[in-house]
Design a protein. Structure first.
Length: 510
Protein backbone atom coordinates (compact mmCIF):
# COMPACT_ATOMS: atom_id res chain seq x y z
CA UNK A 1 0.00 0.00 0.00
CA UNK A 2 1.40 3.42 -0.92
CA UNK A 3 2.13 6.04 1.63
CA UNK A 4 -0.61 8.27 0.30
CA UNK A 5 -3.10 5.55 1.08
CA UNK A 6 -1.76 4.52 4.45
CA UNK A 7 -0.67 7.74 6.12
CA UNK A 8 -1.50 11.44 5.80
CA UNK A 9 0.62 13.14 3.15
CA UNK A 10 3.14 15.64 4.55
CA UNK A 11 2.03 19.28 4.55
CA UNK A 12 4.06 22.18 3.23
CA UNK A 13 4.35 25.93 3.60
CA UNK A 14 1.90 27.89 5.70
CA UNK A 15 -0.39 24.87 6.15
CA UNK A 16 2.46 22.96 7.79
CA UNK A 17 3.35 25.90 10.05
CA UNK A 18 -0.22 26.57 11.23
CA UNK A 19 -1.12 22.90 11.73
CA UNK A 20 2.14 22.23 13.55
CA UNK A 21 1.46 25.14 15.90
CA UNK A 22 -2.08 23.84 16.54
CA UNK A 23 -0.79 20.39 17.47
CA UNK A 24 1.90 21.94 19.68
CA UNK A 25 -0.71 24.14 21.37
CA UNK A 26 -2.86 21.10 22.17
CA UNK A 27 0.10 19.32 23.74
CA UNK A 28 1.00 22.47 25.66
CA UNK A 29 -2.54 22.70 27.07
CA UNK A 30 -2.47 19.13 28.41
CA UNK A 31 0.97 19.56 30.02
CA UNK A 32 -0.09 22.94 31.39
CA UNK A 33 -3.17 21.43 33.02
CA UNK A 34 -1.03 19.24 35.28
CA UNK A 35 1.25 22.01 36.54
CA UNK A 36 -1.34 24.80 36.60
CA UNK A 37 -3.19 23.02 39.41
CA UNK A 38 -0.10 22.64 41.60
CA UNK A 39 -0.11 26.17 42.98
CA UNK A 40 -3.92 26.31 43.07
CA UNK A 41 -4.26 23.37 45.50
CA UNK A 42 -4.54 25.55 48.67
CA UNK A 43 -7.18 27.74 46.96
CA UNK A 44 -9.15 24.69 45.85
CA UNK A 45 -8.82 23.03 49.25
CA UNK A 46 -9.97 26.18 51.03
CA UNK A 47 -12.81 26.86 48.63
CA UNK A 48 -14.20 23.33 48.86
CA UNK A 49 -13.45 22.76 52.56
CA UNK A 50 -10.86 19.98 52.41
CA UNK A 51 -7.28 19.68 53.70
CA UNK A 52 -4.31 20.61 51.47
CA UNK A 53 -3.26 16.94 51.27
CA UNK A 54 -6.75 16.02 50.09
CA UNK A 55 -6.53 18.90 47.64
CA UNK A 56 -3.69 17.11 45.84
CA UNK A 57 -6.26 14.54 44.66
CA UNK A 58 -7.05 17.12 41.98
CA UNK A 59 -3.56 16.41 40.61
CA UNK A 60 -3.29 12.66 41.24
CA UNK A 61 -6.78 11.74 39.99
CA UNK A 62 -6.09 13.50 36.69
CA UNK A 63 -2.65 11.91 36.36
CA UNK A 64 -3.85 8.36 37.02
CA UNK A 65 -6.81 8.68 34.64
CA UNK A 66 -4.49 10.06 31.97
CA UNK A 67 -2.04 7.21 32.53
CA UNK A 68 -4.75 4.58 32.08
CA UNK A 69 -5.69 5.85 28.61
CA UNK A 70 -2.12 6.26 27.35
CA UNK A 71 -1.67 2.51 26.62
CA UNK A 72 -4.99 2.63 24.72
CA UNK A 73 -3.80 5.39 22.37
CA UNK A 74 -2.30 3.02 19.80
CA UNK A 75 -5.42 0.84 19.67
CA UNK A 76 -7.70 3.89 19.42
CA UNK A 77 -5.64 5.34 16.56
CA UNK A 78 -5.78 2.10 14.60
CA UNK A 79 -9.50 1.62 15.22
CA UNK A 80 -10.78 5.20 14.69
CA UNK A 81 -7.86 7.11 13.18
CA UNK A 82 -5.37 9.42 14.88
CA UNK A 83 -7.17 12.59 13.77
CA UNK A 84 -10.56 11.55 15.14
CA UNK A 85 -9.06 10.33 18.41
CA UNK A 86 -7.16 13.60 18.77
CA UNK A 87 -10.25 15.74 18.05
CA UNK A 88 -12.53 13.66 20.27
CA UNK A 89 -9.99 13.92 23.10
CA UNK A 90 -9.89 17.71 22.75
CA UNK A 91 -13.68 18.06 22.74
CA UNK A 92 -14.01 15.84 25.81
CA UNK A 93 -11.19 17.74 27.49
CA UNK A 94 -13.03 21.01 26.90
CA UNK A 95 -16.36 19.68 28.17
CA UNK A 96 -14.88 18.29 31.39
CA UNK A 97 -12.84 21.47 31.89
CA UNK A 98 -16.19 23.28 32.06
CA UNK A 99 -17.47 20.78 34.63
CA UNK A 100 -14.27 21.14 36.70
CA UNK A 101 -14.70 24.90 36.83
CA UNK A 102 -18.36 24.59 37.80
CA UNK A 103 -17.77 21.86 40.43
CA UNK A 104 -19.97 22.53 43.50
CA UNK A 105 -18.19 19.98 45.71
CA UNK A 106 -14.73 18.49 45.98
CA UNK A 107 -16.02 15.01 45.11
CA UNK A 108 -17.58 16.32 41.90
CA UNK A 109 -14.33 18.11 41.02
CA UNK A 110 -12.28 14.92 41.43
CA UNK A 111 -14.85 13.02 39.33
CA UNK A 112 -14.66 15.64 36.56
CA UNK A 113 -10.85 15.62 36.72
CA UNK A 114 -10.85 11.84 36.21
CA UNK A 115 -12.97 12.23 33.08
CA UNK A 116 -10.80 15.13 31.94
CA UNK A 117 -7.70 12.94 32.38
CA UNK A 118 -9.30 10.08 30.42
CA UNK A 119 -9.84 12.47 27.50
CA UNK A 120 -6.44 14.16 27.89
CA UNK A 121 -4.45 10.91 27.89
CA UNK A 122 -4.52 10.34 24.10
CA UNK A 123 -3.88 14.00 23.22
CA UNK A 124 -0.14 13.94 23.97
CA UNK A 125 0.75 10.79 21.98
CA UNK A 126 -1.67 11.72 19.17
CA UNK A 127 -0.24 15.23 18.84
CA UNK A 128 3.24 13.71 18.60
CA UNK A 129 2.09 11.10 16.08
CA UNK A 130 0.31 13.66 13.89
CA UNK A 131 3.30 16.01 13.95
CA UNK A 132 5.46 13.19 12.60
CA UNK A 133 2.86 12.47 9.92
CA UNK A 134 2.40 16.02 8.64
CA UNK A 135 6.13 16.89 8.64
CA UNK A 136 8.28 15.49 5.81
CA UNK A 137 10.55 12.67 6.98
CA UNK A 138 13.66 14.80 6.66
CA UNK A 139 12.10 17.32 9.06
CA UNK A 140 11.11 14.78 11.73
CA UNK A 141 13.69 16.16 14.21
CA UNK A 142 12.09 19.62 13.91
CA UNK A 143 8.67 18.07 14.55
CA UNK A 144 9.89 16.30 17.69
CA UNK A 145 11.72 19.47 18.72
CA UNK A 146 8.48 21.47 18.50
CA UNK A 147 6.65 18.84 20.52
CA UNK A 148 9.41 18.67 23.15
CA UNK A 149 9.53 22.45 23.45
CA UNK A 150 5.82 22.67 24.28
CA UNK A 151 6.33 19.90 26.84
CA UNK A 152 9.13 21.85 28.51
CA UNK A 153 7.45 25.28 28.35
CA UNK A 154 4.26 23.96 30.01
CA UNK A 155 5.84 23.64 33.48
CA UNK A 156 7.10 27.25 33.19
CA UNK A 157 3.74 28.77 32.31
CA UNK A 158 1.67 26.49 34.56
CA UNK A 159 2.73 27.79 37.99
CA UNK A 160 2.63 31.43 36.84
CA UNK A 161 -0.80 31.19 35.25
CA UNK A 162 -2.17 29.03 38.06
CA UNK A 163 -0.98 31.41 40.76
CA UNK A 164 -2.03 34.60 39.00
CA UNK A 165 -5.47 33.29 38.02
CA UNK A 166 -6.16 31.78 41.47
CA UNK A 167 -5.25 35.00 43.27
CA UNK A 168 -6.84 37.44 40.81
CA UNK A 169 -9.97 35.73 39.46
CA UNK A 170 -10.49 32.43 41.26
CA UNK A 171 -9.33 28.84 40.93
CA UNK A 172 -12.31 27.95 38.71
CA UNK A 173 -10.68 29.84 35.85
CA UNK A 174 -7.61 27.58 35.72
CA UNK A 175 -10.03 25.13 34.08
CA UNK A 176 -12.11 27.63 32.10
CA UNK A 177 -9.06 28.88 30.18
CA UNK A 178 -8.86 25.46 28.49
CA UNK A 179 -12.22 25.94 26.78
CA UNK A 180 -11.28 28.20 23.82
CA UNK A 181 -8.05 26.26 23.22
CA UNK A 182 -9.67 22.81 23.34
CA UNK A 183 -12.65 23.63 21.11
CA UNK A 184 -10.74 25.98 18.82
CA UNK A 185 -7.87 23.56 18.15
CA UNK A 186 -10.34 20.67 17.73
CA UNK A 187 -12.30 22.55 15.05
CA UNK A 188 -9.27 23.81 13.13
CA UNK A 189 -7.33 20.54 13.38
CA UNK A 190 -10.33 18.55 12.18
CA UNK A 191 -10.68 20.74 9.09
CA UNK A 192 -6.95 20.74 8.36
CA UNK A 193 -6.19 17.06 8.96
CA UNK A 194 -9.27 14.95 8.24
CA UNK A 195 -8.54 14.68 4.51
CA UNK A 196 -5.10 13.31 5.44
CA UNK A 197 -6.57 10.61 7.67
CA UNK A 198 -5.02 7.19 7.18
CA UNK A 199 -6.99 3.93 6.95
CA UNK A 200 -8.48 2.31 10.04
CA UNK A 201 -8.98 -1.34 10.88
CA UNK A 202 -10.80 -3.33 13.51
CA UNK A 203 -8.27 -4.28 16.17
CA UNK A 204 -9.32 -6.53 19.07
CA UNK A 205 -9.17 -4.80 22.43
CA UNK A 206 -8.06 -6.59 25.57
CA UNK A 207 -11.04 -5.77 27.78
CA UNK A 208 -9.87 -8.07 30.58
CA UNK A 209 -6.42 -6.49 30.62
CA UNK A 210 -7.91 -3.00 30.57
CA UNK A 211 -10.26 -3.86 33.44
CA UNK A 212 -7.43 -5.30 35.53
CA UNK A 213 -5.28 -2.24 34.78
CA UNK A 214 -8.00 0.11 36.00
CA UNK A 215 -8.64 -2.11 39.03
CA UNK A 216 -5.12 -2.29 40.43
CA UNK A 217 -4.03 1.25 39.53
CA UNK A 218 -7.26 2.78 40.86
CA UNK A 219 -7.22 0.72 44.07
CA UNK A 220 -3.60 1.57 44.80
CA UNK A 221 -4.11 5.30 44.16
CA UNK A 222 -7.22 5.48 46.37
CA UNK A 223 -5.34 3.60 49.10
CA UNK A 224 -2.47 6.10 48.95
CA UNK A 225 -4.79 9.12 48.88
CA UNK A 226 -7.06 7.94 51.72
CA UNK A 227 -4.44 6.19 53.86
CA UNK A 228 -3.66 9.00 56.29
CA UNK A 229 -7.29 10.05 56.62
CA UNK A 230 -8.36 6.47 57.50
CA UNK A 231 -5.33 5.68 59.72
CA UNK A 232 -3.79 3.32 57.18
CA UNK A 233 -4.00 -0.39 57.98
CA UNK A 234 -6.09 0.19 61.07
CA UNK A 235 -8.91 0.74 58.56
CA UNK A 236 -10.69 -2.22 56.90
CA UNK A 237 -11.13 -0.05 53.80
CA UNK A 238 -7.37 0.38 53.36
CA UNK A 239 -6.79 -3.34 53.95
CA UNK A 240 -9.36 -4.28 51.30
CA UNK A 241 -7.92 -1.76 48.83
CA UNK A 242 -4.39 -3.06 49.34
CA UNK A 243 -5.50 -6.68 48.82
CA UNK A 244 -7.46 -5.74 45.69
CA UNK A 245 -4.46 -3.81 44.33
CA UNK A 246 -2.04 -6.69 45.00
CA UNK A 247 -4.29 -9.38 43.53
CA UNK A 248 -5.27 -7.15 40.61
CA UNK A 249 -1.62 -6.42 39.81
CA UNK A 250 -0.67 -10.12 39.91
CA UNK A 251 -3.64 -11.03 37.70
CA UNK A 252 -2.78 -8.20 35.32
CA UNK A 253 0.79 -9.47 34.91
CA UNK A 254 -0.32 -13.05 34.29
CA UNK A 255 -3.03 -12.07 31.82
CA UNK A 256 -0.93 -9.58 29.84
CA UNK A 257 1.97 -12.02 29.50
CA UNK A 258 -0.30 -14.72 28.09
CA UNK A 259 -2.94 -12.75 26.13
CA UNK A 260 -2.81 -12.87 22.34
CA UNK A 261 -3.49 -9.12 21.96
CA UNK A 262 -2.47 -7.58 25.29
CA UNK A 263 -3.50 -4.00 26.07
CA UNK A 264 0.03 -3.50 27.45
CA UNK A 265 2.81 -5.46 25.76
CA UNK A 266 4.84 -6.48 28.80
CA UNK A 267 7.14 -8.57 26.65
CA UNK A 268 9.21 -5.48 25.92
CA UNK A 269 10.60 -5.81 29.45
CA UNK A 270 12.76 -8.68 28.19
CA UNK A 271 15.09 -5.97 26.86
CA UNK A 272 17.40 -4.98 29.70
CA UNK A 273 17.93 -1.49 28.32
CA UNK A 274 14.20 -0.82 28.31
CA UNK A 275 13.65 -2.25 31.81
CA UNK A 276 16.48 -0.22 33.32
CA UNK A 277 15.54 2.86 31.32
CA UNK A 278 11.92 2.94 32.51
CA UNK A 279 13.00 2.12 36.07
CA UNK A 280 15.26 5.17 36.04
CA UNK A 281 12.50 7.18 34.38
CA UNK A 282 9.92 6.20 37.01
CA UNK A 283 12.17 6.79 40.01
CA UNK A 284 13.44 10.14 38.79
CA UNK A 285 10.15 11.52 37.52
CA UNK A 286 8.30 10.35 40.63
CA UNK A 287 10.73 12.16 42.95
CA UNK A 288 10.85 15.19 40.66
CA UNK A 289 7.08 15.57 40.28
CA UNK A 290 6.39 15.03 43.99
CA UNK A 291 8.83 17.81 44.85
CA UNK A 292 7.24 20.05 42.19
CA UNK A 293 3.91 19.64 44.00
CA UNK A 294 5.40 20.00 47.49
CA UNK A 295 7.29 23.26 46.91
CA UNK A 296 4.32 25.59 46.20
CA UNK A 297 2.26 23.78 48.83
CA UNK A 298 4.94 24.55 51.45
CA UNK A 299 5.40 28.13 50.26
CA UNK A 300 1.69 28.91 50.54
CA UNK A 301 0.80 27.04 53.72
CA UNK A 302 3.91 27.82 55.73
CA UNK A 303 5.86 30.71 54.23
CA UNK A 304 3.05 33.17 53.60
CA UNK A 305 3.35 33.18 49.80
CA UNK A 306 0.37 33.93 47.62
CA UNK A 307 -0.37 31.50 44.81
CA UNK A 308 0.98 34.08 42.35
CA UNK A 309 4.37 34.37 44.04
CA UNK A 310 4.59 30.62 44.66
CA UNK A 311 4.00 30.25 40.91
CA UNK A 312 6.76 32.72 40.10
CA UNK A 313 9.18 30.83 42.34
CA UNK A 314 8.28 27.43 40.92
CA UNK A 315 8.38 28.55 37.29
CA UNK A 316 12.10 29.31 37.30
CA UNK A 317 12.85 25.60 36.97
CA UNK A 318 11.82 25.80 33.32
CA UNK A 319 14.06 28.69 32.25
CA UNK A 320 17.33 26.81 31.79
CA UNK A 321 15.42 23.68 30.75
CA UNK A 322 14.35 25.49 27.57
CA UNK A 323 17.89 26.77 26.95
CA UNK A 324 19.56 23.39 27.51
CA UNK A 325 17.08 21.15 25.65
CA UNK A 326 18.48 21.69 22.10
CA UNK A 327 22.05 21.50 23.42
CA UNK A 328 21.48 18.19 25.17
CA UNK A 329 19.54 16.81 22.18
CA UNK A 330 22.54 17.48 19.95
CA UNK A 331 24.81 15.51 22.30
CA UNK A 332 22.71 12.34 22.62
CA UNK A 333 24.03 10.80 19.38
CA UNK A 334 27.63 11.84 20.11
CA UNK A 335 28.00 10.73 23.72
CA UNK A 336 27.01 7.80 25.88
CA UNK A 337 23.43 8.67 26.90
CA UNK A 338 23.91 6.79 30.18
CA UNK A 339 26.57 9.32 31.17
CA UNK A 340 24.25 12.20 30.30
CA UNK A 341 21.41 10.72 32.36
CA UNK A 342 23.66 9.93 35.31
CA UNK A 343 25.13 13.42 35.27
CA UNK A 344 21.71 15.06 35.10
CA UNK A 345 20.09 12.95 37.83
CA UNK A 346 23.07 13.29 40.19
CA UNK A 347 22.79 17.05 39.58
CA UNK A 348 19.12 16.84 40.59
CA UNK A 349 20.17 15.00 43.75
CA UNK A 350 22.56 17.83 44.54
CA UNK A 351 19.78 20.38 44.09
CA UNK A 352 17.54 18.35 46.41
CA UNK A 353 20.28 18.35 49.08
CA UNK A 354 20.59 22.12 48.59
CA UNK A 355 16.83 22.47 49.15
CA UNK A 356 17.00 20.33 52.28
CA UNK A 357 18.84 23.20 53.99
CA UNK A 358 16.01 25.71 53.64
CA UNK A 359 14.95 27.56 56.79
CA UNK A 360 11.98 29.72 57.71
CA UNK A 361 14.00 32.85 56.94
CA UNK A 362 14.55 31.88 53.28
CA UNK A 363 13.82 34.79 50.94
CA UNK A 364 12.49 34.63 47.37
CA UNK A 365 15.90 34.37 45.70
CA UNK A 366 16.91 31.57 48.07
CA UNK A 367 14.01 29.60 46.59
CA UNK A 368 14.71 30.65 43.00
CA UNK A 369 18.39 29.67 42.72
CA UNK A 370 17.79 25.94 43.30
CA UNK A 371 14.89 26.10 40.82
CA UNK A 372 17.18 27.53 38.14
CA UNK A 373 19.80 24.88 38.86
CA UNK A 374 17.17 22.15 38.61
CA UNK A 375 16.09 23.38 35.19
CA UNK A 376 19.65 23.01 33.93
CA UNK A 377 19.59 19.28 34.75
CA UNK A 378 16.11 18.40 33.46
CA UNK A 379 17.00 17.91 29.75
CA UNK A 380 19.93 15.65 30.71
CA UNK A 381 17.35 13.34 32.26
CA UNK A 382 14.32 13.59 29.96
CA UNK A 383 15.95 13.40 26.53
CA UNK A 384 18.61 10.63 26.85
CA UNK A 385 16.39 8.37 28.97
CA UNK A 386 14.00 7.97 26.04
CA UNK A 387 16.92 7.13 23.77
CA UNK A 388 18.12 4.42 26.16
CA UNK A 389 14.71 2.85 26.77
CA UNK A 390 13.27 2.98 23.25
CA UNK A 391 16.59 2.34 21.56
CA UNK A 392 16.78 -1.04 23.32
CA UNK A 393 13.58 -2.55 21.88
CA UNK A 394 12.89 -3.97 18.42
CA UNK A 395 11.66 -1.33 15.97
CA UNK A 396 8.20 -2.90 15.68
CA UNK A 397 7.90 -2.72 19.48
CA UNK A 398 8.73 0.98 19.74
CA UNK A 399 5.14 2.20 19.84
CA UNK A 400 4.19 -0.26 22.60
CA UNK A 401 7.35 0.57 24.54
CA UNK A 402 6.68 4.30 24.28
CA UNK A 403 3.15 3.78 25.62
CA UNK A 404 4.41 1.77 28.60
CA UNK A 405 7.13 4.34 29.33
CA UNK A 406 4.60 7.18 29.36
CA UNK A 407 2.20 5.12 31.48
CA UNK A 408 4.87 4.37 34.10
CA UNK A 409 6.07 7.97 34.12
CA UNK A 410 2.62 9.40 34.81
CA UNK A 411 1.69 6.73 37.36
CA UNK A 412 5.01 7.19 39.17
CA UNK A 413 4.33 10.93 39.44
CA UNK A 414 0.84 10.36 40.85
CA UNK A 415 1.89 7.69 43.33
CA UNK A 416 4.94 9.65 44.49
CA UNK A 417 2.83 12.78 45.02
CA UNK A 418 0.38 10.91 47.26
CA UNK A 419 3.22 9.31 49.25
CA UNK A 420 5.11 12.60 49.56
CA UNK A 421 2.19 14.74 50.74
CA UNK A 422 1.04 12.09 53.22
CA UNK A 423 4.56 11.64 54.62
CA UNK A 424 5.02 15.42 54.76
CA UNK A 425 1.96 15.95 56.96
CA UNK A 426 2.63 12.91 59.16
CA UNK A 427 6.25 13.87 59.67
CA UNK A 428 5.29 17.46 60.49
CA UNK A 429 2.94 16.19 63.21
CA UNK A 430 5.71 14.01 64.66
CA UNK A 431 8.21 16.88 64.57
CA UNK A 432 5.71 19.15 66.29
CA UNK A 433 5.36 16.66 69.13
CA UNK A 434 9.15 16.43 69.43
CA UNK A 435 9.54 20.21 69.50
CA UNK A 436 6.82 20.66 72.11
CA UNK A 437 8.60 18.16 74.33
CA UNK A 438 11.92 19.92 73.81
CA UNK A 439 10.74 23.46 74.56
CA UNK A 440 12.98 25.16 77.11
CA UNK A 441 10.91 26.88 79.78
CA UNK A 442 7.78 27.52 77.67
CA UNK A 443 6.04 29.21 80.58
CA UNK A 444 8.82 31.79 80.78
CA UNK A 445 8.36 32.50 77.06
CA UNK A 446 4.61 32.92 77.55
CA UNK A 447 5.15 35.21 80.54
CA UNK A 448 7.57 37.29 78.48
CA UNK A 449 5.01 37.78 75.73
CA UNK A 450 2.20 38.65 78.15
CA UNK A 451 4.47 41.26 79.75
CA UNK A 452 4.78 42.83 76.27
CA UNK A 453 1.03 43.26 76.00
CA UNK A 454 -0.14 39.96 74.56
CA UNK A 455 -3.16 38.30 76.12
CA UNK A 456 -2.54 34.75 77.43
CA UNK A 457 -4.47 33.36 74.45
CA UNK A 458 -2.47 35.44 71.97
CA UNK A 459 0.82 34.44 73.59
CA UNK A 460 -0.09 30.75 73.41
CA UNK A 461 -1.15 31.16 69.79
CA UNK A 462 2.17 32.80 68.93
CA UNK A 463 4.13 29.99 70.55
CA UNK A 464 2.04 27.29 68.88
CA UNK A 465 2.44 29.01 65.51
CA UNK A 466 6.21 29.15 65.93
CA UNK A 467 6.41 25.47 66.82
CA UNK A 468 4.15 24.47 63.90
CA UNK A 469 6.17 26.54 61.43
CA UNK A 470 9.43 24.96 62.52
CA UNK A 471 7.90 21.46 62.47
CA UNK A 472 6.68 21.90 58.90
CA UNK A 473 10.05 23.32 57.88
CA UNK A 474 11.88 20.30 59.31
CA UNK A 475 9.47 17.94 57.59
CA UNK A 476 9.84 19.77 54.26
CA UNK A 477 13.63 19.52 54.44
CA UNK A 478 13.42 15.80 55.17
CA UNK A 479 11.16 15.27 52.14
CA UNK A 480 13.66 17.04 49.90
CA UNK A 481 16.45 14.95 51.38
CA UNK A 482 14.46 11.80 50.66
CA UNK A 483 14.12 12.80 47.00
CA UNK A 484 17.91 13.27 46.89
CA UNK A 485 18.28 9.63 47.90
CA UNK A 486 15.87 8.49 45.19
CA UNK A 487 17.72 10.57 42.58
CA UNK A 488 21.05 9.06 43.64
CA UNK A 489 19.67 5.52 43.29
CA UNK A 490 18.26 6.33 39.84
CA UNK A 491 21.50 7.95 38.66
CA UNK A 492 23.40 4.80 39.63
CA UNK A 493 20.81 2.35 38.26
CA UNK A 494 21.04 3.67 34.70
CA UNK A 495 24.52 2.14 34.35
CA UNK A 496 22.95 -1.34 34.49
CA UNK A 497 21.54 -0.67 31.01
CA UNK A 498 23.61 -1.47 27.93
CA UNK A 499 24.49 1.41 25.65
CA UNK A 500 21.71 1.64 23.02
CA UNK A 501 22.63 0.23 19.63
CA UNK A 502 20.26 2.53 17.77
CA UNK A 503 18.63 5.89 18.40
CA UNK A 504 14.92 6.00 19.16
CA UNK A 505 13.31 6.95 15.88
CA UNK A 506 10.07 8.67 14.98
CA UNK A 507 8.10 5.57 15.89
CA UNK A 508 8.62 6.52 19.46
CA UNK A 509 6.13 9.28 18.94
CA UNK A 510 3.33 6.79 18.52
Amino acid sequence: MSQSQSTPAPLTGMALLVTGLLLGLANFMVVLDITIANVAVPHIAGGLAVSPSQGTWVITSYAVAEAITVPLSGWLAQRFGAVKVFVFGLVGFGIFSILCGLAPTFGFLVFARVLQGLCGGPIMPMSQTLLLQIFPKEKAPQALGLWSMTTVVGPIAGPILGGTISDSIGWHWIFFINIPVAFGVAFLAYRALLKHQGPTRRVPVDYVGLGLLILWVGSLQIMLDKGKELDWFASPTIIVLSIVAAIGFAAFLIWELTAQNPIVNLRVFRHRGFSIGVTTLSLTFGAFFASVVLLPLWLQTNMGYTATWAGYAAAFQGVLAVVMSPIVASQVARRDPRALVSFGVFWMAGVAIWRSHFDTGADFMSIVWPQLALGFAMPFFFIPTQSIALGAVDEEETAAAAGIANFLRVVAGAFATSIMTTAWESNASAKRADLVGALNQPQAALDGMTSQGFSPGQALGQLEGLVQTQAVMLSTNQMFLATAGVFAVAATTIWLAPRPKRAAGPAGGH
